[in-house]
Design a protein. Structure first.
Lengths: 287, 340
């Protein structure tokens, strides 16, 4: 007649997982990969702290990270806590807004040792995010997953900690986007200059326009099924080009061109003036 | 046996004593990680100017930069001096524990619209040069990156200029001797970007597959007016400063010629006095009189500032040229779109 016969396995969700989203900046991935490549020989994986902030709508913005040396054996995990605190203080001197939001480890799954480390981190932060970056490419691709821990309890005693996956989103700031192309390949010989970058963007735009053109052609000829929402979208885009009289438009463009030519002329004059002035300055002799 | 080892010891000593001629720095190899870190740091704190330290290795003619860390912004200078040094030591120690290269190879700083040529930059260079054989400064311009260009430059002081700076002598003659003009102060070194294979694999995967998100629309923006306006404003200010420097020179030359006229007049007087004395049979007075104030040499103003300003102006002009070129492209593109 003990009431304990009816205790059931309870899931106490900490946060409804639908609202929790992790946004990761590419810098974090770079950091993790770099630390993995530099790890000491006997270590299988790298563990470190994630820094960032929690946005008001609940998403966690992960902006920076650093590695923490650790020792791992079959049943024990030892983390260098002093180092972790020192690095945290140093990072916060530069950017006081960055706080601990979780921790990361390389390798695919979540192991037993991870639970211990997660517990340590949950003492620092109320709901830490655990990020795993699979550097071993075990599934044939590099998977990056984020987990939040959920307590599994049986009545009053806590049984285990379950890691629930949350979606990960990669954010890239515009300036980073510009440099992203050169970050992809192993070696780039020089940073592309302005004009080359322009050329690349224009080619991409051209490719986009070509795609749309091909799509419209296909629909007209009946090769692909027409989708009215796409059609409406295309017509909106084309209609968004401002309707101006050709003469007014020409005038606009020419005015702009003239302004820029004027600026070019000014800057060329300035440069000539500079070289003249310099000759005068150093060539003047009194005696 | 002893003789042999003596010979060997001597040859070793000979080898050790011959100065190795360091190959000149031809390229700076930066890792993608460093670039991202620099971008992030400078962007977060713009428009304030921030600095940070570069770490890496010096290999032959390539300077590899493998990691970096930012410096905290210092507000008051007094008690934070020691703090700053502590911070640096702490960071280097911690990074050493995770096997990051612990070698300082330079520093980076952010700039506003390219106005970075100041005397402080040169002083910092000289400070670094005392400790490290080869150091480089990376300049990043966050305002230009909003235009869609990765504005990253690696600079180094040219050797000739460094020697001249040490002797602290910037007179016109010295400069003419060495044929040094304002373009020779800073040398720009080409940058190569390298990435480990692991990171490339990740990035290729993370990159959005659809070309729509690949297209960087920022570069195709038509409005460059605010940027150009600020550039031209800075240009005008620099021209004002340059004209002030030139006035200083004018003043100096005028003074110099006036002093020489005075010297000539005094010399004439002395000579006529001497002739009178000779006629009277007395000793002639010396023809020079160092205690006379008109013989005091007037110091020539240093040309360092004008060189720096000239460099600055050239920089602005280059930027204007670059942006104008881009704008031309965009305008023609618009025209083509409209026509079709």
């Amino acid at each position: 007649m003990a009431a304990s016969e009816h205790t059931a396995l309870q899931f106490t969700p900490v946060l409804s997982s639908s609202s929790l989203l992790a946004k990761v900046h590419p810098l974090v991935i770079f950091n993790i990969c770099d630390c993995y490549v530099r790890r000491p020989d006997q270590a299988e994986r790298v563990i470190g702290t994630l820094l960032g902030s929690v946005l008001p709508d609940g998403t966690v913005d992960i902006r920076n990270s650093y590695a923490v040396p650790h020792n791992e054996s079959s049943d024990q995990v030892a983390l260098d806590i002093d180092y972790h605190h020192n690095m945290l203080l140093s990072h916060q001197k530069v950017n006081p807004k960055e706080a601990i939001v979780g921790w990361y480890s390389t390798g695919l799954g979540v192991t037993g040792g991870s639970a211990l480390i997660h517990e340590f981190y949950s003492r620092e932060v109320p709901n830490p995010i655990h990020l795993t970056v699979d550097t071993g490419f075990r599934n044939g691709e590099g998977t990056i997953k984020a987990y939040v821990s959920v307590n599994l309890s049986l009545g009053d005693c806590q049984l285990a900690v379950q890691f629930q996956e949350i979606p990960v989103d990669f954010r890239m700031v515009e300036a980073e986007q510009v440099g992203f192309d050169i970050l992809k390949t192993p070696m780039v010989d020089k940073i592309p200059s302005d004009l080359e970058g322009m050329e690349a963007s224009m080619q991409r735009l051209l490719a986009l326009i070509d795609d749309v053109h091909k799509y419209v052609d296909d629909v007209v000829e009946g090769h692909t099924a027409s989708d009215s929402s796409i059609g409406r979208f295309i017509s909106e885009t084309v209609a968004s080009l401002p309707k101006l009289l050709p003469s007014a438009f020409d005038k606009l463009v020419n005015d702009n061109l003239q302004d820029h030519l004027l600026l070019l002329y000014l800057s060329s004059i300035t440069r000539t003036q500079l070289s003249l002035a310099e000759k005068l300055n150093t060539a003047a002799q009194i005696l | 046996m002893a003789n042999n080892s003596g010979n060997m010891a001597r040859s070793f000593l000979q080898v050790a004593s011959t100065e190795e001629v360091a190959p000149s720095l031809r390229v700076v190899q930066i890792e993608g990680l460093v670039i991202l870190k620099i971008i992030k740091h400078c962007k977060e704190f713009s428009p304030a100017l921030v600095t940070g330290q570069l770490l890496g290795l010096d290999v032959g003619s390539v300077l590899e930069v493998t990691n970096c860390f930012p410096f905290p912004i210092r507000e008051e200078d007094e008690e934070i001096e020691a703090d700053g040094a502590n911070y640096q030591l702490e960071m280097m120690r911690c990074l050493r524990e995770v096997n990051v290269d612990n070698n300082t190879v330079g520093w980076y700083q952010s700039t506003l619209l390219g106005s970075f040529q100041t005397v402080e930059l040169i002083e910092t260079f000289m400070n670094y040069q005392e400790n490290i054989r080869r150091c480089v400064c990376i300049i990043y311009d966050p305002s230009r990156s909003n235009q869609g260009v990765l504005a990253l430059k690696a600079l180094k002081l040219s050797d000739a200029f460094m020697e001249l700076y040490r002797s602290n002598n910037f007179t016109g003659e010295k400069l003419r001797e060495r044929n040094l003009s304002w373009v020779d102060i800073f040398e720009e070194i080409p940058i190569k970007v390298s990435n480990s294979a692991l990171i490339s694999a990740f990035m290729t995967e993370l990159e959005a597959d659809s070309p729509i998100t690949q297209c960087d629309y920022d570069r195709l923006q038509l409005s460059t007016n605010p940027f150009m306006e600020r550039n031209v404003e800075f240009l005008i200010e620099c021209m004002d400063e340059l004209s002030m420097e030139q006035q200083k020179f004018q003043f100096y030359y005028r003074n110099l010629s006036r002093q020489q006229a005075q010297q000539q007049a005094w010399l004439q007087k002395r000579r006529s006095e001497n002739m009178a004395r000779k006629a009277a049979g007395e000793d002639p007075l010396p023809e020079e009189d160092p205690s006379n104030p008109i013989f005091k040499p007037i110091p020539e103003p240093s040309r360092l500032d004008s060189f720096l300003i000239t460099n600055q102006i050239a920089n602005f002009c280059n930027q204007i040229n670059g942006v104008s070129g881009q704008s031309f492209n965009r305008l023609y593109l618009m025209k083509a779109l409209q026509d079709s």
